[in-house]
Ligand binder design. Structure first.
Ligand code: SF4
Ligand code: SF4
Length: 371
């Protein structure tokens, strides 16, 4: 299905409306898109899970792959483009040679082991690392965008890995537009691209994030702000600060923009904000473990150690008594058959309340009724 440039602008206007893009800016974007000079886009993937591309694929109609392949000039994307192999690489290289393109990088850039943790393609019989490709593509780019927290700041691959990954700005030593998130919200990415096409690059904060989306904290916009604080997971409608919610220290408009086409967001499904748009992500512990309540006594076992073995059975006249058949003086249990005077079971002790650390995956999904 061919998506017209007009359809793209219509989609873009919807996603960009919330960031205050004026009608004039949108008109300029439309003119830019309609012109033959629409900036080509080269999209490189580094150390990551490709989740940001998947997130983009979840964009509302028209889908982002249709937008990228039919409405703007996507010259290279390892997952979305139709071309493959040498043809695809040639497209990327010729675009870089011409210059003026938008370079998008998804995933972090490994620098350890001579950057050998991530290769993107072969060129003249030589395997090219992501680091080299980024350097080459960035040199002539008009705009550079890091999509996702891995590309922006290192993210998950930067947590413990020996690959010495770097975020894009850190690696290049120059500012870039950072659209963090694990994954990045599709509207954040499309909105930023539209702003570039409109000739009005987004205003960035000190971490390179567009202030249109990352001006306020998640906490500031959260509908659970000021509500009673939950002590355990799975309680709808309560603030989850005590459980480790990082909304107060995280910038993003998730509570008002919502995810999955405006369906929901992390806190609304009783998960925490884990701070995925911050340069500090992942900040451990992602979920604060609940303390074990040791003030309650240990439950008393139902059967005690004084239970007598079956050897208490009285020998019959025909059987030869043996030493082991002699009833034990400690016998407290009568043979099977039922004696109403048998030792009663100890009274049940109430179960101790042991709070078990819970991770978000343990929580059954259920959208709050008030979202
Ligand atoms: S749930 Fe998280 S983001 Fe919402 S009010 Fe509580 S601490 Fe803030
Ligand atoms: S609510 Fe927090 S963890 Fe969830 S997507 Fe937004 S910034 Fe990331």
């Amino acid at each position: 299905m061919q998506i017209s440039r007009r359809a793209f602008v219509k989609y873009a206007s919807v996603s960009a409306a919330a960031v205050g893009l004026s009608s004039m800016q949108l008109r300029r974007a439309e003119q830019a898109i309609a012109a033959a000079s629409t900036p080509p886009v080269v999209w490189l993937s580094g150390s990551g899970c490709t989740g940001c591309s998947i997130s983009l694929l979840n964009a509302v109609n028209p889908t982002i792959d249709e937008v990228l392949t039919s409405s703007i000039s996507l010259r290279y994307h390892p997952n979305l483009m139709a071309a493959a192999g040498e043809l695809a690489v040639t497209s990327a290289l010729s675009t870089a040679q011409a210059g003026g393109h938008i370079l998008v990088v998804e995933g972090a850039i490994p620098t350890g082991a001579s950057a050998g943790y991530c290769y993107v393609w072969d060129e003249g019989g030589r395997s090219v690392t992501l680091a080299d490709a980024v350097t080459q593509m960035a040199a002539t780019a008009s705009q550079i965008i890091a999509v996702g927290t891995c590309a922006a700041y290192g993210g998950i691959p930067g947590a413990y890995a020996p690959a010495q990954v770097r975020g894009l700005s850190s690696y290049l030593g120059r500012p870039v537009i950072a659209i963090p998130g694990c994954p990045a919200h599709p509207s954040w990415v499309v909105g930023a691209i539209v702003q570039l096409l409109a000739g009005t690059p987004p205003t960035l904060d000190s971490y390179g994030r567009p202030t249109d989306y990352f001006r306020r904290s998640v906490h500031d916009q959260c509908p659970r702000r000021g509500t009673e604080e939950a002590k355990v997971f799975g309680v709808s409608g309560h603030c989850m600060k005590e459980l480790g919610c990082k909304g107060p220290e995280t910038k993003g408009d998730c509570p008002v923009r919502l995810w999955n086409g405006g369906q929901s967001w992390c806190v609304a499904v009783n998960g925490l904000c884990i701070g995925c748009t911050e340069p500090t992500f992942p900040k451990f512990p992602l979920h604060k473990a609940l303390a074990v309540d040791r003030s309650t006594p240990t439950p008393t076992p139902i059967r005690t150690a004084t239970a007598t073995p079956r050897a208490t059975r009285t020998p019959t006249a025909t059987s030869t008594p043996t030493a082991t058949a002699t009833p034990s003086p400690t016998a407290t249990q009568t043979p099977r058959g039922g004696n109403p005077e048998r030792t009663p079971r100890p009274t049940k002790t109430p179960r101790s309340r042991i709070a078990v650390p819970v991770i978000a995956g343990d929580v059954a999904p259920g959208v709050d009724s008030d979202y």
